[in-house]
Design a protein around this ligand. Structure first.
Ligand SMILES: CC(C)(COP(=O)(O)OP(=O)(O)OC[C@H]1O[C@@H](n2cnc3c(N)ncnc32)[C@H](O)[C@@H]1OP(=O)(O)O)[C@@H](O)C(=O)NCCC(=O)NCCS
Length: 274
C-alpha cells in the first residue's frame, strides 16, 4: 500500500538506545543495549517517530575500505506496509552514496522483499541456528583464550575488509570471550536472550565444529550461531549435535564488492553486523 501521510525521518542519537531495544525486542531479535550503542555511536541510525514513540529504524554502520553494513531495519507491527522501511533504507543508501560506500546487509525473508526492489543483489546464504542445551555424552575439549589481533586478521581475510574496531568493542564487553582451538577461532558474546557465537573462523569444518562444541560445553546456553550455508559439512555437523535451524538470512550487496574474501567464515558475527 502506498503511503498516504508524509513520513518524517529523523537521525537518532545515543539517547535512543532503549527505544531501539524495544523495537528489536518486539521483533524477537537478540540485540542488547550494547549493540544499539554501537550503531548509534559508530553508525548513522535513521528513525521514524509517531507521537514521540520510536516506531521504525534503519542503521548504516561504516566499516573500512569503502564498505558499510545496513541493519536494524525494524518497523513496529501497526506501522507496517506504509513504505516506512523502504524510505529508511533509501535514507541509508543516500548516506552511503554520499560517502562512496558499498552497502551490505543480511536480510530476513521479510526484509528481502523490501531490499530486492531497491537494487540489492543476493550473495551468501546464512542459517540462524539455536541450541538450548548441548548433548552431554562426550568429554569437554580444551579451549584456549585467543588474541584479538589474530581474530581481526582472520576476520579481515574472511570479509575482504578490516573490522578490528567492531571486534575490539565486542571483546571489551563483560562476558565476551575470544577462544581458539585447533586452527580455529571464535568470538562469544552476550545477546538479549541468548549467547551468540560468531564469527567462527577455521581452516576446516571439523576444526570449527570442535571449537563450537568446546564452547557450548564450557558454559550454559541458550546459544545462537549464524552459519554460512555453503559450509555444508559445518552446518550438518551442528544439526547432528542438536542445533535447530531457525531461519534463513540472505546476504545482499548494493554496489560493487571492494575485495574478494580469501576464505569463507564458518559463522558470521551476526546478521546485524555481517
Ligand atoms: C520487514 C519490515 C522492515 C518491512 O517494513 P515495512 O515498513 O512494512 O516495509 P514497506 O512498507 O517499505 O514495504 C515495501 C515493500 O516490501 C514488500 N513487503 C514488505 N513487507 C512484506 C511482507 N510482510 N510480505 C510480503 N511483502 C512485503 C512489499 O512489496 C512492500 O510494498 P507494498 O506494501 O507496496 O506491497 C517489517 O515487516 C519488519 O520490521 N519486520 C520484522 C523485522 C524484519 O524482518 N526486518 C528486516 C530485517 S532484514
Amino acid at each position: 500500500m502506498a503511503a498516504i501521510e508524509p513520513i518524517d525521518i529523523v537521525e537518532l542519537g545515543i539517547a535512543d538506545a532503549q527505544a531501539g531495544l524495544v523495537l528489536s525486542t518486539e521483533a524477537g531479535w537478540n540485540q542488547n543495549e550494547a549493540d544499539w550503542r554501537v550503531f548509534l555511536s559508530h553508525g548513522i541510525v535513521f528513525g521514524v517517530r509517531d507521537s514521540g514513540r520510536l516506531v521504525a529504524t534503519a542503521a548504516l554502520l561504516p566499516y573500512s575500505a569503502g564498505n558499510a553494513w545496513i541493519s536494524m531495519v525494524l518497523v513496529t507491527a501497526d506501522s507496517r506496509r506504509r513504505g516506512i522501511a523502504t524510505k529508511l533504507v533509501d535514507a541509508c543508501l543516500d548516506a552511503a552514496k554520499r560517502r562512496g560506500l558499498t552497502t551490505w546487509l543480511d536480510a530476513t525473508p521479510a526484509g528481502a522483499t523490501v531490499y530486492g526492489p531497491l537494487g540489492f543483489m543476493p550473495t551468501l546464504q546464512l542459517r540462524r541456528l539455536r541450541l538450548e542445551q548441548p548433548q552431554t555424552d562426550k568429554a569437554t575439549r580444551p579451549l584456549s583464550a585467543g588474541s584479538l589481533d589474530a581474530l581481526a586478521t582472520r576476520d579481515s581475510r574472511a570479509m575482504g575488509f578490516d573490522r578490528s574496531t567492531l571486534l575490539s568493542e565486542f571483546a571489551a564487553r563483560p562476558r565476551s570471550r575470544i577462544v581458539s582451538g585447533e586452527r580455529a577461532m571464535a568470538l562469544v558474546r552476550d545477546g538479549r536472550a541468548a549467547r551468540h557465537i560468531g564469527p567462527v573462523l577455521a581452516d576446516r569444518a571439523d576444526q570449527a565444529l570442535g571449537l563450537v562444541d568446546a564452547i557450548v560445553r564450557s558454559e550454559s546456553g541458550p546459544w545462537l550461531i549464524d552459519a554460512v550455508h555453503a559450509q555444508d559439512e559445518f552446518l550438518e555437523g551442528l544439526v547432528h549435535a542438536g542445533w535447530n535451524i531457525e531461519r534463513p538470512f540472505q546476504r545482499m550487496r548494493f554496489g560493487k564488492a571492494a575485495a574478494a574474501p580469501a576464505q569463507l567464515p564458518f559463522a558470521v558475527a551476526g546478521p546485524e553486523f555481517g
